[in-house]
Design a protein around this ligand. Structure first.
Ligand SMILES: Nc1ncnc2c1ncn2[C@@H]1O[C@H](COP(=O)(O)OP(=O)(O)OP(=O)(O)O)[C@@H](O)[C@H]1O
Ligand SMILES: [Mg+2]
Length: 268
């Protein structure tokens, strides 16, 4: 990700949704347009940008471990992105691997704080939620295996996908009948768009004043072009900076925004 994660209202809504799915031990679907921030939210919720590299490396134990154990204990979540056309066996094995690694971390934390003593019990599981990104990649067989795991272990599952993924799951009655929540991840609202724009303006050394006529027009142009879509915003700004530089301009006007947008390939 190009810049620091912004805790948006949509991210907070996502967290509440994930907490609910987890509490109810159900299966939830999160859908929303490409680039609105679904993946970033889910990774953040699972502390995955920290945990995944740590688990992947799994080096000799050190003093730093306790911090990661505590993170795992807080999230108790596995985030997983299937390959394109995943082989069901690989999928199950890989998810199982992440689950047991996060499980070990949580258990270590529980031991450290004295909540658990005595020998390891193999059946004990601490992972409460599995988040699967790009869920449209799941084959019917993979969906069936996940459904089976959910039935046996009551593991809460969130499937993240594009708009319409919930409709697709209608074709799998066994899965569909188990769906607890459907969550629509929305683009940035106007206030938050302004907040994000303000940061972008600052980053290229300008100050944004929504009361100023020129700025207001530029904001309107950005709003119209990006419709509050995070990814489009992220792609638009380097182009805006470029247009300013090439034309030796100081001010971001709506013309500058339009010129920047014309360089990008934007759908619709
Ligand atoms: N909360 C956030 N704070 C800062 N930047 C963000 C945030 N959410 C998203 N972004 C930016 O927007 C980009 C797109 O976000 P993300 O990949 O999460 O979208 P998505 O909804 O998963 O899209 P797709 O459906 O294509 O997978 C990110 O690469 C990042 O640059
Ligand atoms: Mg994504």
């Amino acid at each position: 990700m190009g810049q620091a994660f912004i805790v948006t209202k949509e991210h907070r809504r996502f967290s509440e949704f994930a907490n609910a799915v987890r509490k109810e031990q159900t299966i939830g679907i999160c859908h929303g347009d490409a680039g609105v921030g679904k993946t970033q939210s889910a990774r953040r919720y699972a502390n995955w940008d920290n945990l995944a590299p740590y688990i992947d490396k799994w080096g000799p134990r050190s003093d730093a471990d306790a911090g990661f154990y505590a993170l795992a204990n807080r999230s108790r979540t596995v985030f997983y992105t299937p390959e394109v056309l995943p082989r069901p066996k690989d999928l199950v094995r890989e998810i199982g691997h992440w689950q047991s690694m996060v499980n070990i971390c949580v258990e270590e934390h529980q031991r450290a704080i004295g909540k658990i003593t005595g020998p390891r019990s193999p059946g004990r599981t601490f992972v409460e939620l599995l988040i699967i990104d790009e869920a449209e990649r799941l084959t019917p067989m993979a969906l069936e295996l996940l459904r089976d795991q959910h039935d046996r272990t009551h593991l809460a599952i969130i499937l993240i996908g594009m708009p319409g993924i919930d409709q697709r799951f209608r074709h799998y009655p066994q899965l569909y009948s188990r769906l607890g929540f459907s969550h629509h991840y929305r683009p940035l609202g106007r206030d938050e768009l302004l907040f994000v724009l303000d940061r972008h303006w600052t980053r290229i050394g300008r100050t944004l004043d929504p009361e100023d006529f020129t700025d207001a027009q530029a904001i309107a142009a950005v709003e119209r072009i990006t419709r509050g879509n995070f990814r489009l915003l992220e792609r638009l700004f380097p182009q805006i900076a470029r247009v300013l530089k090439i034309n030796q301009l100081e001010t971001i006007t709506d013309d500058v925004v339009e010129a920047a947008a014309s360089i990008l390939v934007i759908g619709d």
